[in-house]
Design a protein. Sequence first.
Length: 147
Amino acid sequence: MSLAPRTSPRWFALPLLALGVAGFAAAWLLVALGGAGMVAWLAPLAGLDMVLLLGLARWPAGASRAGWAVLATAATIALANFCIVAAQLGQTLGLGPVESALRMGPAYAWLLAGMANRPADLALYAAGLLAAGWAGFSARRPAPSAR
């Protein structure tokens, strides 16, 4: 039996990542509904969270982990923006967030998100994608063996 750490991806890594995307987007929505705007400062935290989830599933560091982390971070940013825009539109129309999201099309959501996000928000989204990519490539080195 080998004591070396297992570096092959586990079967539950991608479902865990999808759950992480949905959970982080829901938390992002709750913070945004507190009256803080689009709260784009959560994007770098989302990127690091996606890398952490892949690391917990023992996904090997490198291009694969970085790619999945960047993809999951982009999905989190898009889902959070869609939900925030739907919830804010639903408040003005007297609809619930889910009902508003079901009625709003992607083109209208894109238009509203484009109007709601400032250049500083876009820079923070880019920082989140870069943080996910950078952290996905890096890995903790194992401690030197006592043998």
